[in-house]
Design a protein. Structure first.
Length: 155
C-alpha cells in the first residue's frame, strides 16, 4: 500500500514496503540523492534528514513510521538562489573537502540551530558528535555553525 508523506514541502506517494528505510525511499524512490548512505546503522550521520523539523538518521527510520510526516532533505533546506544560513556559512568557511558527509552535517546543524539559536561551542560539539567527517573538518564545521547562528540572528 502506498505511503503518503510530505518531502521538501510537496506531498508525495511512495509505493515501497513500510519497512524500507526512509533513506532508500528518498534516494531510490524519489531521486533525492543529496542524502547519503554512510554506515547503515545510524552511527555516522551522513543520512541525516529532518522529520517534522528534528534531525533523524534516515537509514534506520522505516518508511512506515513516517507516513503523514514532513521530511526535509538537503535539497529542501535552501536553493542555489537562496541558501539557508547554514549552507551559506558552509561555503564561507570552505567546510567541505570530499563533501560526502556535508549534507548530513548541515542538516544536523540546521536542526541544532532551530532548537538552540545561539549554541555554545560545547553544545555544538555535543550536537554534532554523531556526524562523522573522515576528512577531519571539525574546526571548520564548528566555525560554520557559529557563523550560521549569527546569520540567523541577523548579525
Amino acid at each position: 500500500m502506498p505511503i503518503t508523506l510530505t518531502v521538501n514541502g510537496a506531498d508525495v506517494l511512495v509505493d515501497l514496503p513500510p519497512e524500507t528505510p526512509l533513506l532508500w525511499a528518498l534516494r531510490d524512490g524519489l531521486g533525492l540523492t543529496g542524502t547519503k548512505y554512510g554506515c547503515g546503522v545510524a552511527a555516522c550521520g551522513a543520512c541525516t534528514v529532518h522529520l517534522d523539523g528534528v534531525a533523524v538518521r534516515s537509514c534506520q527510520t522505516p518508511l512506515g513510521d513516517v507516513a503523514g510526516a514532513a521530511v526535509t532533505t538537503i535539497e529542501g533546506l535552501g536553493t542555489p538562489e537562496a541558501l539557508h544560513a547554514v549552507q551559506a556559512a558552509w561555503v564561507a568557511h570552505q567546510v567541505a573537502q570530499c563533501g560526502f558527509c556535508q549534507s548530513g552535517q548541515m542538516m544536523q546543524a540546521a536542526s541544532l540551530l532551530a532548537e538552540t539559536p545561539m549554541p555554545s561551542v560545547a553544545e555544538i560539539d555535543a550536537a554534532m558528535s554523531g556526524n562523522l567527517c573522515r576528512c577531519g573538518t571539525y574546526p571548520r564545521i564548528r566555525a560554520a555553525v557559529l557563523d550560521a547562528a549569527l546569520r540567523l540572528q541577523g548579525a
